[in-house]
Design a protein around this ligand. Structure first.
Ligand SMILES: C[S@@+](CC[C@H](N)C(=O)[O-])C[C@H]1O[C@@H](n2cnc3c(N)ncnc32)[C@H](O)[C@@H]1O
Length: 188
């Protein structure tokens, strides 16, 4: 007998496998020899919205910091579900001494209302009556979340980084809130 639930489950699997294969096609040709890097990126893929070439780039940036002995921490403004920052921290573990700190900045509530400088995004959101309180000027006025681009909660992100990726929690510094408040605070 035709089992609708089983069919849906299988087609979900086929669809996911198809989507996965399509993404593999994004791997830059010169990267196919870097198997470890590919595997590391695949581990973080469900937790990032970035395309594969950008993830390779993020990994390579950390690799260069280490090969050229450049000091400093890793900072990501907008970590969403933690995939990209997790990748950079894994790259640090693999290509450096694993001591570099990672600073994770995010509201953990998604985007704030856009400003006029956000051009077409401003136009789009300002026409939506459910997303009121548009700011006229950058860095002025109270920010409120507009329920767009919301990633995982802070606890989920931390769990993903520590339990799943096995990163040292002492190297992860969360800065929760709007960038305009948290970035100046973190400077001190
Ligand atoms: C496009 S997503 C980032 C994608 C992420 N880097 C990844 O690996 O997929 C943007 C993130 O920035 C955060 N964000 C955007 N504007 C912000 C602001 N002004 N203050 C704090 N967080 C903000 C959102 O909550 C969201 O998680």
């Amino acid at each position: 007998m035709f089992n609708l639930k089983e069919f849906a489950k299988r087609s979900f699997f086929v669809h996911s496998a198809y989507k996965f294969l399509v993404r593999l096609n994004e791997i830059p040709l010169n990267k196919w020899s870097e198997v470890h890097q590919i595997i590391t990126i695949l581990r973080v893929l469900p937790n990032t919205m970035l395309p594969l070439p950008r993830l390779f780039n993020a990994y390579d940036c950390v690799k260069i910091l280490n090969s050229e002995s450049i000091k400093g921490d890793i900072v990501e403004c907008g970590v969403w579900s933690g995939g990209c920052v997790g990748l950079m921290a894994l790259a640090e573990k693999r290509t450096g001494n694993g001591q570099r700190l990672s600073h994770l900045f995010d509201s953990f509530e998604g985007l704030p209302q856009p400003t006029i400088k956000d051009n077409e995004h401003y136009d789009r959101f300002s026409k939506d009556p459910t997303r009121l309180n548009i700011r006229e000027k950058v860095l002025e006025g109270e920010l409120t979340a507009i329920k767009a681009c919301v990633g995982a909660t802070k606890n989920h992100v931390e769990n993903f980084l520590v339990q799943h990726l096995k990163l040292n929690p002492e190297n992860l510094k969360f800065h929760i809130g709007w960038f305009q408040n948290t970035v100046p605070q973190a400077k001190h």
